[in-house]
Ligand binder design. Structure first.
Ligand code: AHR
Length: 553
């Protein structure tokens, strides 16, 4: 801990203690909260892939979220929804993960290439799910969400990635296809034109140049839908799948199917078994995938919740920080050189789907301000751990769970999550710097495991900061639905010459966008005046996510 930071913390703690006992009149003279941005304490470069995405053949994600077909009256680029491409492109997206999720371990990539009319129809992994599926989903007899037409496959997905300028990340089927099928997929994607039979096939399908896919997942959730393996069994499968792979000159970044939330045993036992064969095995892994969803309580409805449920869900989403720290620590027991990083390739808040979406659109909802705060706090968490986390992908891009887009036929909207991704863009590729927040905590009532009401609390302001040349970007979440946070912002003594803010907030904690009113909740820009001597006191609105752009001398 640097001297400056120690001094600040001591000062802040004293100020905090004084604030607790100070009468209101004194309290209002000084800011109640403080943020110290330690611009000289870099954490690491913020990997643009922290702004990654995830596309699975699940509900309305692919059909009709992404793929509307070339003959559709919905504007499209080669069958891919135009509005999605145009808006996603604006975000300069990081890597996009495909085709699942649980679907990946049921999928044979060979079904999804070649002339579309000749592609087979297969049962989708999600056809019989009961998990948060509405009653009428069970009655559905057909449809692309239950019976996969394979009209959208490898080439369509990789074309989509190209259209939006994102790298691709493909997840191999480890449960129901063998190593050879995986290697042929690699060959189809990456072998130079004309060199092998699969690259000739690719050329025949209209793609002469190799796709050069470098990110490959070795299975998905292998502790569950991806094979119900024990960690030791998965480690053995992982070794087999990765013992030899053709590279075709492309650097392969392999990602292991990591834990479900806080299952540290999965991480420890996997690495234990993997390295029984020697420490060299660690060199195979680029990343270790962590999945964590905060499932909503109460009615589990994306749109209907009480104030306590607002706080409860935000607080539970904040578990991400501990999960990163805990798994990182276990990984360090084996990977002393810290070569392997964390990849949070599924995260978000998971509710039931909106009642006005068709039954087949599993987990489709447009999200609210509550989900936007959850996006902000997760992105901030990843950035505070930019030295550990190299990729993160909210589940999922469109029409399911924590999505950025919501679409049905020709209707389309940007969810509040989209706006957070847009607001956070300046962080991508910048250097994350250590930032300390001191603020009164928020209090609420939650139900414990015995469904008894118990008091709870968590931080009242948190976020992250990065620096890029003379520009410092601070993003912060104020979860307090009623109180603004007047905050003194210090930059390790650096003078602020210019400041402006971009804020997503509403007096209605259930604010959201709908097809009828797609711009009900959008960010607003604010001018911010800097005090004498380049000092800044800023009031973070209640229930808000804010980006402050600070130019320093
Ligand atoms: O994102 C939905 C599902 O959640 C994924 O298919 C699976 O990996 C996870 O359990």
């Amino acid at each position: 801990m640097g001297i400056e930071r120690r001094k600040f913390l001591k000062g802040s703690l004293l100020a905090g203690a004084a604030a607790m006992i100070a009468p209101k009149s004194v309290f209002s003279q000084a800011a109640e909260s403080k943020v110290e941005i330690l611009i000289n304490e870099p954490i690491g470069t913020i990997n643009p892939n922290l702004y990654g995405h995830f596309v699975e053949h699940l509900g309305g994600v692919v059909y009709d979220g992404i793929w509307v077909g070339e003959k559709s009256k919905i504007p499209n680029y080669k069958g891919i929804r135009k509005a999605l491409v145009d808006n996603l492109k604006k975000l300069k997206p990081g890597v996009i993960r495909y085709p699942g999720g649980c679907f990946a371990d049921q999928y044979d990539w060979r079904d999804g290439v070649g002339p579309r009319e000749k592609r087979p129809t297969r049962v989708n992994f999600w056809a019989d799910t009961n998990y948060k599926a509405p009653e009428n989903y069970k009655q559905l007899k057909d449809g692309p969400q239950k019976y996969e037409s394979n009209h959208f496959g490898t080439d369509e997905f990789l074309s989509f990635c190209k259209m939006v300028g994102a790298p691709a990340y493909l997840a191999a089927n480890l449960r129901s296809r063998d190593v050879r099928v995986f290697q042929e997929w690699l060959e189809y994607c990456n072998a130079p034109a004309g060199l092998t039979t699969w690259s000739q096939e690719r050329q025949k399908n209209g793609y002469k140049d190799p796709h050069n896919v470098s990110f490959w997942g070795i299975g998905n959730e292998s502790w569950g839908c991806g094979g119900d393996f024990l960690p030791e069994e998965y480690a053995t499968e992982f070794r087999k799948f990765t013992a030899w792979m053709p590279t075709y000159g492309v650097k392969l970044n392999l990602i292991g199917a990591g834990p479900n939330g806080g299952d540290l045993g999965w991480t420890r036992r996997f690495f234990q078994k993997l390295t029984e064969k020697g420490p060299g095995q660690l060199n195979k892994l680029y990343g270790w995938a962590l999945h964590y969803y905060s499932g909503s309580t109460g009615k589990q409805n994306a749109r209907e919740y009480t104030l306590d449920e607002w706080y409860d869900l935000i607080a539970r989403s904040d578990r991400m920080e501990n999960l990163i720290n805990e798994h990182w620590q276990v990984m360090g027991e084996f990977d002393r050189e810290r070569k392997i990083k964390l990849v949070v390739d599924e995260w978000g808040a998971w509710h039931w789907q909106d009642a006005d979406m068709p039954a087949g659109y599993l987990y489709a909802y447009a999200g609210t301000l509550r989900d936007a705060l959850i996006s902000g706090l997760n992105l901030d968490t990843f950035q505070r751990h930019a030295d550990k986390v190299v990729m993160a992908n909210p589940a999922q891009l469109i029409n399911t769970i924590h999505s950025l887009f919501h679409a049905y036929e020709d209707k389309f909207l940007l969810t509040p999550n989209y706006h957070i991704f847009e607001m956070y863009m300046p962080h991508s590729g910048a250097t994350a710097v250590r930032t300390e927040f001191i603020s009164p905590r928020v209090t609420f009532t939650r139900l414990d495991s015995a469904r008894k009401e118990v008091p709870a609390n968590f931080w009242g302001l948190n976020g992250s900061a990065s620096i890029n040349g003379k520009t410092v970007t601070l993003t912060a979440v104020n979860p307090d639905a009623k109180n603004a946070r007047e905050t003194e912002i210090n930059l390790n003594g650096a003078k602020i010459v210019l400041a402006n803010a971009r804020v997503l907030s509403s007096t209605d904690i259930k604010a959201r966008n709908s097809f009828e009113n797609p711009n009900a909740l959008v960010p607003r820009n604010e001018n911010v005046s800097v005090g004498t001597g380049g000092k800044l006191v800023y009031k973070f609105a209640p229930a808000s996510v804010t980006r402050l752009t600070l130019t320093i001398a």
